[in-house]
Design a protein around this ligand. Sequence first.
Ligand code: GDP
Ligand code: GDP
Length: 435
Amino acid sequence: MANIIAIVGRPNVGKSTFFNRLVEKRQAIMDNESGVTRDRHYGYGQWTGKHFTVIDTGGYVTGSDDVFEGAIRSQVVEAMNEASVILFMTDCHDGLTDLDKDFAKVVRGLKKPVYIVANKADTAEWSYQSHEFYGLGIGDVFPMSASNGSGTGEILDEVVKHFEDDGIEDPDGDIPRIAILGRPNAGKSSFVNALLGKERTIVTDVAGTTRDSINTHYKLFGKDFILTDTAGIRKKSKVHEDIEFYSVMRALQSLQDSDVCIIMIDATRGLEAQDMNLISLALKYKKGIMLMVNKWDLIEKETNTMKQFVEEIDEKLGQLTWIPKMFTSVTEKKRIFQAIELAVKVHENRHRKVTTSQLNDAILPEIERYPPPAIKGKYVKIKYITQLPTASPTIAFFCNLPQYIKAPYEAYLENKIREHFDFEGTPIKLVFRKK
Ligand code: GDP
Ligand code: GDP
């Protein structure tokens, strides 16, 4: 059995706070507004060398018993079935509640190790309150504070005893993670649905991917990829996602989780200011970027329509013409897979490592042909060029007077690098160092 921990419990006890601590990375969207339905979240963590998957079951809408029952069935039971160890979280500040007792009934029937984690035991005084939870008759109670970390080591020591092997480090580590972003109505959910339509393309991985998990792992025509945040497919049934703040947060989260952003635009509207904002955001986080110009079926076409369209976009993009474009029709299923293929290509470009000799052989002659302009009678001499071992491409130029390289010359160098090496879709950072 794989090493999987499920964190279950009523809303607001601190499940996502603990999840974030375990995966050592902020993944779940924090939301203090009780009753906001969240999707299940998967993350990876490790303790004393043992790797595991964590499932945060999220909150569920409280209210009538029906809603409670339904939510338990659809989210929590599923997570509990996948898990090898269950952490049943309660809240020392609130004490034992009726909802905790309802939950205990579900948990008690499982033939799996269950631990009661009495959260918010931030101080010794609060820890004493945790004894109350022995009353649930489930087993050991571990007082813990998800926010300050106390008690978390003790509980993890217990949990990893149930793991037979060391597990695997983030199994999705090398697979391109793709975010699909864009204005409302561009066709994002239709696109995801078109991909989802191919039922067997969804890979069932360690954690047991399901349709409503946040990050979905696909294998399509031999390409592996993960769509970060596929929740758009269910948005019509969920009232709370209309909250603008929530959807902006969600898009940002999806962008941060990704390697490559597909920014989808509506061909009938062209590239708009909000699309430019998304591009700036992707640039800021140094993500791979491509444009998916969707609803191409609605455009009347003549011989040069696509070329003209590209020119119009490029004019708005200015320096950023290296962002590739794919013209699609999601409803007519045109070039949907090519769009994914391009995103995977961008991911490869973003990981491209050019050797120092390749860089110098290609770029030093370009510098000789068009050297940096002299400033105050001083000449800048670039001696050699090397790519730094960073996550997204950074190229270092070693020279005598790095402070004299100005933006236009920097742009020239970037263009030359792009002419010689395929960095299509990926931001490149140039740094100038004294040598
Ligand atoms: P979830 O609904 O169970 O996922 O709960 P959250 O993780 O969203 O936490 C609900 C609230 O409890 C948030 O305001 C957290 O900041 C707070 N919280 C979480 N863990 C602790 C803790 O250990 N101590 C205290 N005092 N507050 C906590
Ligand atoms: P989202 O808000 O970005 O998720 O957009 P939706 O996927 O909900 O799509 C908005 C509307 O555009 C729906 O009515 C879709 O059927 C329609 N749509 C999506 N893709 C295309 C396309 O390629 N061509 C046309 N003509 N309509 C599309």
